[in-house]
Design a binder for this molecule. Sequence first.
Ligand SMILES: [Zn+2]
Length: 284
Amino acid sequence: MPLVSGDELLPRARRDGYAVGAFSIHTPEMVDAVFLAAEALRAPVILQVGRRAVRHSGLGACCLWVRARAAASPVPACLHLDHAQSFEAIAQGIQAGCTSVMYDGSELPFADNIRETAAIARLCRAVGVPLEAEVGRVAGVEDDLSVQEAEARLAGPADCVRFVAETGCDALAPAIGNIHGLSAAVPVLRFDLLRAVAAAVSLPLVLHGGSGLDTGQLRAATAAGIAKINIDTELRRRFVEGLGEGLADCGAQDDPAPVLAAAALAVRRQVEARIRDFGSAGKA
Ligand SMILES: [Zn+2]
């Protein structure tokens, strides 16, 4: 079916207590693997394109892969632009056919983040594409923060309420102790904070940095109001591991197909496991 808007997937997920998986794609094989997993489990799905994939393959190519594969699929799929940091990047994503976009102004001072996000929300509303935005600042694996620094980056419920009211965004990614990438220590999610934000904000909430979180943490997050969970690093890792296994297994030295198929299968298995963790199986 044609791509669907994020608005057709996320409010329902929040209401019904599950999360839609937002899987970052980097190659056409990863796109196919995500769709095969979603189709096998009859799950709605989000395929997202981030800066790394855009650098490697170009935004146009990534969006084309997803749109073409979605057209041949019976599950509802949304194409999401992840972590755009400018008005221009958002406009390019919309032009390329994204049916959901994220503006990340989290590096800006709070008032500037509100102002920029509000301007982008007006553009998005005009063209009917829902906007996700970030409050607080989600740390990266490379960030080595003191406890006070980490605390200062978290999203308080009052800030979230003000941010949503003044920006008009459609989905909110609050920083609740989650970390981008796979860190040595499993991040400690602040469920107290998440529940306070969820009680104050009725929009779908988004969890970035889902890689490496265990099933229990993910179930607790969806129960507390998380409606979209981003998974990137662990899929890249599975893909590379699968390539290694494919190379080791494959006798032929001149055919990339079986090597890529092994990588795609490794990604598919991981996506299936995450769809089960998120409770979105059978919701398509
Ligand atoms: Zn993120």
